[in-house]
Design a protein around this ligand. Sequence first.
Ligand SMILES: Cc1cc2nc3c(=O)[nH]c(=O)nc-3n(C[C@H](O)[C@H](O)[C@H](O)COP(=O)(O)OP(=O)(O)OC[C@H]3O[C@@H](n4cnc5c(N)ncnc54)[C@H](O)[C@@H]3O)c2cc1C
Length: 509
Amino acid sequence: MYGTGSLKHIVILGGGTAGWMTAASLGHRYRRSGIRITVVESSAIGTIGVGEATIPTLRAFYHGLGMSDYEVIAATNASCKLGIRFSGWAGEGSRFIHPFGGFGQDMAATEFHHIFNAARRRGMPGPLDDYALGAALAKAGKFALPSPSRETWTQFDWALHFDAGLFANHMRDFAVKAGVHRIDAILKNVRLSPESGFIEALELDSGEGVEGDLFVDCSGFQALLIGKGLSVGYEDYGRWLFCDSAVAQQSERVEAPNSFTEVTARPAGWQWHIPLQHRSGNGHVYSSAHMPDEDAIRILGDTLPGKAVTEPRIIRFRPGRRINAWEKNCVAIGLSSGFLEPLESTSIALIQTGIERLQMLLPVDGYDPVAIDEHNDMAKREFERTRDFIILHYKLNRRDGDFWHKAAAMDVPDTLARKMELYRSRGHFVRYRWEMFHPASWLAIYAGFGVWPDSVDPAVTQMSDIEADLNLKAIRDRIADAVQAAPPHQAFLDHCNRLARGAASIQGA
Ligand SMILES: Cc1cc2nc3c(=O)[nH]c(=O)nc-3n(C[C@H](O)[C@H](O)[C@H](O)COP(=O)(O)OP(=O)(O)OC[C@H]3O[C@@H](n4cnc5c(N)ncnc54)[C@H](O)[C@@H]3O)c2cc1C
């Protein structure tokens, strides 16, 4: 039993994106430590099979494992993601992009958004996303790697859309090569110590019992260890996030993939379109209290970009979080630890930070209540801050219909109300530790919905209006030139595939 000696065996239940990302990362980091790692997964049960849009932190994750972008792009049929295009959220026909990265360039030691806000009040034309190179590339169907220049207008970040099954397989192959042991079996029972209540072993349908010191629950929504085994409760966010269902369906690729995720508002939720190299991932996220399943399926079917290649599949979820992500000798990572909704592609990023926290506080020599408390506090704060960012989209909507009116009228959490107040009154962005979204992301959403500070920051008077307008025009012109010079997104993907084939033939030689 663990607690008297050093950590010897980590058992991960679940082989979805969460389980294999965790196994790959722990396997790589502790490969010479003598700590054994085992993944128990069931091919008979399978994985959730969605979760194909990411944010840029994902790239840092696989870079940390020594994987290159082109390797992952080729292995997972991925496309590049420069941001998310919101269609219809600020009213029928509206469109804006939430790009990864900042906008424009600070001038005279004054933040760009203050200068833009002042110019906007003077009637300076152009939406904010014209001042973000990533958004401009996305709109033009182009892709180029960010330039090493220090000028901030040139800066942007990017992520991937990938095939979730291929990504989990890629992580699994890597983990197994790093020495992670895999067992394909169904969990039948969680054996707890009668004295401590700690998990002692996972009892499998094969009759085998897998004992461990630390258990990572990556069993998905069922939360078989943290929820069913250890009875840790769940905080429901349904009073702010009304969507509780999704219908997912894949379709044939009909055109070169976009370099952004499309999220289109619908009467009781929204629809995603995720372009991959070989097919499209599509889904309709909705509130079952506002729309019957048949309507949700029909709306998705009527708007698929190509011929369906899978049947529509309904997925139910409950927005919220596990009250303690770490309880006794069990840590929940992935859907077992909670789920908001997929609007800003935050779930895989939360897996990543869950892994990061586990590694930071790994119980190498016993369970320290302070470390567990710190872990749970960080996880809670991160979930709540991410939740607030997602709620913002609903709160600011400008659509008609019961679902959208109810969302616009809701009382938001105090933490979000405070941020919104500071933005409106001062143009100030609050950013805390364990906060996934930068001020630029908040700005993108406020501006997309037409929300601006009530006043102009007096620092803008450092420049004359004419000077500011000329500078803004210069930024727009330079972005337009950079877009003009960039290759099509597909050309970049082809280049990655060629590089991956070249690397494979060198390895095979
Ligand atoms: C509609 C929807 C859309 C989403 N879109 C996105 C997105 O665009 N971007 C994003 O970042 N995230 C998205 N997510 C979240 C994302 O899908 C998950 O975070 C990610 O797939 C991780 O899931 P998981 O590994 O925790 O669970 P799962 O994929 O469900 O894996 C659970 C694992 O546990 C195993 N298991 C279960 N029961 C047993 C048992 N009894 N015995 C043995 N093994 C068992 C299963 O076999 C499986 O291997 C979305 C989620 C939903 C619901």
